[in-house]
Design a protein around this ligand. Structure first.
Ligand code: ADP
Ligand code: ADP
Length: 226
């Protein structure tokens, strides 16, 4: 579904990604793990078009993604949930979810998606009329994921959904991510610093260090090489 080849990104003189190649098959949950500053967020920003590459290619469902202007990439079915629980704090929970449904697919399926979101995250149903800023950190992260789902994506990209959360809350988030993968068959690309938890969930993992992939493979391979 997603094929990245020999991809490099620089910020001025600083090389953030060097010769990165990875692929995500339809229905897979692929994790990208690595330390702070490894280039994980940069990779996501490159896929959603926020940063341009120096060289390399990205194909999404056979199409050259780099020739698609960034704002249109969401309409192809790519949802990017950035790090830092980005929600509109002065809008209600319901309004946040509605704003996520800005793609044609998202609008067409909004009723079903909303029902599914409430099944996955009952707290968002209970708090539908509350301002997003009044939610806890974990709840805001759930809302950020719900907004991503509301666009009815083919590929959901989650950037460090566990960041800054207590371990038990992070585990709840991981459980929901796994559920969306198993039950809805959604293709997910997950960036995480919590290496063990992320690798346990995934079909395939990539370890990124200072802008290069240093290890990749199915979960079993990655833990035995550790
Ligand atoms: P991360 O948790 O991914 O390491 P950071 O806290 O390093 O994120 O960065 C937060 C934001 O600042 C990001 O949008 C990132 O792109 C940007 N940023 C990070 N490093 C630099 C830098 N050296 N110069 C300018 N912007 C940066
Ligand atoms: P990660 O997500 O793995 O923490 P990032 O992709 O945020 O890593 O950052 C990779 C490298 O690029 C880091 O050295 C970071 O400081 C740098 N960087 C990130 N964003 C910017 C930016 N906007 N301008 C300059 N340098 C940046």
């Amino acid at each position: 579904m997603l094929d990245i080849e020999d991809f490099s990104v620089a910020y001025g003189g600083l090389r953030a990604l060097t010769g990165v190649s990875l692929s995500v098959g339809e229905g897979q949950l692929v994790a990208i793990v690595g330390p702070n500053g490894a280039g994980k967020s940069t990779l996501f920003k490159a896929i959603s078009g926020i940063v341009p590459p120096v060289s390399g290619s990205i194909r999404f469902e056979g199409r050259d993604l780099l020739s698609v202007p960034p704002p249109q990439r969401a309409h192809l079915g790519i949802a990017h949930v950035p790090e830092g629980r980005q929600v509109f704090k002065t809008l209600t929970v319901r309004e946040n979810i509605e704003m996520g449904a800005y793609t044609e697919a998202g609008r067409a399926r909004f009723a079903q998606t909303l029902e599914r979101i409430h099944e996955l995250f009952p707290i968002l149903h209970e708090r539908a009329g509350q301002l997003a800023g009044t939610l806890s950190g974990g709840e805001q992260q759930m809302l950020a994921i719900a907004r991503g789902l509301a666009s009815a994506p083919r590929l959901l990209m989650l950037d460090e959904p566990s960041m800054g959360l207590a371990p038990t809350v992070a585990d709840q988030i991981f459980e929901r991510v796994s559920q969306i993968h198993r039950e809805d068959g959604l293709t997910i690309l997950l960036v995480e610093q919590r290496v063990a938890e992320a690798l346990e969930l995934c079909d395939r993992g990539y370890v990124l260090e200072t802008g290069r992939i240093v290890l990749d493979g199915p979960y079993q391979t990655l833990i035995s090489d550790d």
